[in-house]
Structures are given as C-alpha cells and as structure tokens.
Design a protein around this ligand. Structure first.
Ligand code: NAI
Ligand SMILES: O=C(O)C1=N[C@H](C(=O)O)C[C@H](O)C1
Length: 244
C-alpha cells in the first residue's frame, strides 16, 4: 500500500514517516510539508494528515477530489466540520476519510472508560496536559471526551454538574465543553496526558492516560491506514477497528 504524509516535518508527521517506512506492506511514496510540491502524493492509496486545523479541510478536499483515502489526526473537528467532510465525499463515496482525535490505544480506552463511568457520578471534570508547543486548547481528545461524557449523562437523565461558583473573574474553572469543565495544562517535559475526574458522595474515580512518546500513536495510525481503504465514507475514531 502506498502512503503519503502531509505535515511530514512536524512532530507527528516525522514519526509517521518513520513508522510507515518500518511497517510491513506499506511504502512511503511522499512526505510533504507546507508549501512543498504535492505531485508525488497523487500515486498514494492513503494520505496521513498531521498538519494544523487551519489547513486540514483543504487537504481533505484535495484528496477527495482525487479519490485518495485519508487518515486524519489533525485536531479541530467539531460537528460542522464533520458534516463538511461528509458533503465533500458525497452521497456515494468512493474513498474513505478516517478522523481520530487520538490514535493512542490507551487514550481510546481512557475515553471509553470515562464514557462508561459517566452515568454513575454527579460530578465530572477533565484535565488535559500537553507539551507547550501545542497550538490548540482544549485538546481534541478533551473535547471528544467531554462530549461523550455529556451524552452518557444525558442518556442517564443526569442534570448539570454541581458547581456553586458565583465569582470566577479569571476563568479558574476552565473551559466548559458540552457542560463539562476542561482544564488545560501546558508544560515543558510533557507529551500528551489526560485525567478524567468523577465524583459522587464519599468517593472519586480518576481515569488517567499518559503518552510519554509519540511512538504511542503509531499502532493506531498504522491500523487506520490499513483499514481506511476498505471503508468508503467518513469513519470517526478507531474504536470500531479495535473491536470496542
Ligand atoms: N490524533 C492524534 O492521535 C494526534 C493528533 N495530534 C494533532 O496533530 C496535529 C499536528 O501536531 P504536531 O505534529 O505536534 O504539530 P507540528 O506543528 O509539529 O506539525 C505540523 C506540521 O504541519 C505542517 N503543515 C502546515 N500546513 C501544511 C500544509 N498545508 N501541507 C503540509 N504540511 C503542512 C507544518 O509545517 C508542520 O511541520 C495537531 O492538530 C495535533 O493536535 C497530535 C498528536 C496525536
Ligand atoms: O497536539 C498534541 O500533541 C496532541 N493532540 C491531540 C489532541 O489535541 O487531542 C492528541 C494528543 O492529545 C496529542
């Protein structure tokens, strides 16, 4: 299978290039960063995109026009953007786009465990912790986690999380995503980490995941690369691929 990478000089893109080159049955045919020639990408079966939220939609459109499958790790996919991708692919898609906020298997499990725990706890908050060169906050993973917790709470008939705060002039309670407070930490030495805190009377539960190295994302990326060619249309996350 021929693979190309967009964002090839970035932290993730460079790691993906190395992983593809080392993987059985995959051939790296193009490694392209901002402003570089894309002609070699046209021969790829799959493009992997780890760029920036501002350009990723144009990249997906470019691939869709050429019928090239895409695996997207770049963040910034709110519901409207997912709808735009469905529109780009059309009613009878011939190529696939797989978008995942996090390709680390541990992070996928952490989100799943948080979703399962959500209905049992009155309180839920998220702390996401990342390297200080990350451009977006909250992280894509935190946004997805918050939305899945919110959905599980709604299905269980839980109301808003309790919070007596009436004065917070400096935003100490963090961002609120789908009713869930999300706190972002940016610290040199970190890679990608998240804690999901749950609380009920007399007990708390913390679900935590840590990526200490970007190698942790590679098994999920390679799984997605191999799977996307058989999945025309939009696939969100790698849960299905993992049998979750
Ligand atoms: N889904 C996941 O598992 C993960 C997602 N990410 C996300 O991936 C994205 C990239 O993260 P990093 O690699 O840390 O960022 P980075 O800043 O190190 O790399 C981004 C690269 O994209 C390049 N780029 C910008 N515009 C481009 C274009 N039009 N065509 C080709 N290349 C272009 C930049 O020059 C840069 O080299 C972020 O949105 C981040 O949140 C990061 C880690 C894991
Ligand atoms: O920028 C990063 O580093 C990461 N981005 C993704 C996100 O925003 O969730 C995935 C992971 O947290 C690493």
């Amino acid at each position: 299978m021929k693979v190309a990478v967009f964002g090839a000089k970035g932290r993730m893109g460079a790691e993906v290039c190395r992983a593809v080159e080392a993987a059985d049955g995959l051939e790296l045919v193009a490694a392209v960063d901002a402003g570089e020639d894309r002609s070699a990408v046209e021969q790829a079966d799959v493009v992997v995109d780890f760029t920036v939220p501002a350009v990723v939609m144009d990249n997906i459109a470019w691939c869709a026009e050429r019928g090239i499958n895409v695996v997207v790790g770049t963040t910034g996919f709110a519901a409207e953007r997912l709808d735009q991708v469905r529109e780009l692919l059309g009613p009878q898609p011939t190529s696939g786009v797989l978008i995942a906020a996090n390709f680390s298997i541990g992070a996928v499990l952490m989100m799943r465990f948080a979703e399962q725990a959500a209905r049992f706890y009155e309180s839920a908050e998220i702390i996401e912790l990342h390297h200080p060169d990350k451009v977006d906050a909250p992280s894509g993973t935190a946004r997805v986690t918050a939305s899945r917790i919110a959905q599980a709470r709604a299905e269980a008939g839980l109301g808003p999380v309790p919070d007596a705060t009436t004065s917070d002039p400096d935003g100490a309670r963090g961002a609120v995503v789908d009713g869930v407070h999300v706190h972002g930490v940016r610290l040199r030495g970190l890679v990608a980490h998240q804690e999901v805190l749950f609380g009920a009377v007399g007990e708390t539960l913390t679900v935590r995941h840590d990526s200490f190295d970007r190698a942790s994302f590679m098994p999920g990326v390679l799984l997605a690369v191999r799977a996307v060619v058989d999945r025309p249309g939009l696939t969100i996350g790698i849960d299905d691929l993992l049998g979750l």
